[in-house]
Design a protein around this ligand. Structure first.
Ligand code: BEZ
Length: 211
């Protein structure tokens, strides 16, 4: 059965470039990004992993642990890591799972047989400290993902978790946000003492809460 937003992220134990990962222990108390790439020594994957490594401080600032996955072997990950450093200017600084049996890939529906029978598509899950799936995206092998967009979504998810605000179309960090419909005006008066702009009763705009 497909994993849906709000579901508990399935647990697993698997070898990675940084030792054995027990996924739920790995997440413990943090946010996590779990993402698959189709294959080592391929061009788009090389650029994606290099860029993700460059974002190390951005993920750390947000309390997010990153975990990559492909069906390649650990030894292949190690060899390819050198190419990533050489061509993308940043060394791998997060663990890469070696899912050679496709066990985790199948659990997370990362293999789409009509696209490829064995290789994973570009799946990405953002998982909260409660171990629930907050975001899932799936891209084909030929299209590299936008990891700046992943950071943007994480900012939005964390604002919702902390302040009960949602983010409007094309929102960027620092811009105004929306009070979620579940917060009544009574409660909103306490939460947002500076007030809000009521465009419609269901569309209440506030400056982005800080902290
Ligand atoms: C790539 O990373 O460039 C790639 C991987 C698998 C299929 C197509 C492209």
């Amino acid at each position: 059965m497909a994993i849906l937003i709000g579901d508990t992220a399935p647990d697993f134990t698997l070898e990675s470039t940084e030792g054995t990962i027990h996924f739920h222990d790995f997440i413990e108390g943090s946010w996590a990004v779990l993402f698959s790439h189709p294959k080592n020594y391929t061009p788009v994957c090389t650029t994606e992993l290099g860029y993700t490594a460059k974002l190390k401080d951005e993920f750390a600032k947000r309390g997010v642990k990153v975990l990559g996955l492909s069906v390649d072997k650990i030894e292949d990950h190690a060899g390819w890591a050198k190419d990533i450093e050489e061509t993308q200017g940043s060394a791998l600084n997060f663990p890469l799972l070696a899912d050679t049996q496709g066990e985790v890939a199948r659990k997370y529906d990362m293999i789409h047989p009509n696209a490829d029978n064995t290789l994973t598509v570009r799946s990405l899950f953002v998982i909260g400290p409660d171990k629930k799936v907050k975001l899932k995206i799936e891209y084909p092998a030929s299209t590299g993902r936008n990891f700046d967009e992943i950071l943007r979504v994480i900012d939005s998810l964390q604002l919702t978790a902390k302040h009960q605000v949602a983010t409007p179309v094309n929102w960027m960090n620092g811009e105004d946000v929306i009070i979620v419909p579940a917060v009544s005006n009574e409660v909103a008066k306490d939460k947002f003492p500076g007030g809000w702009k009521e465009v419609k009763p269901y569309l209440r705009i506030v400056p982005q809460p800080q902290g």
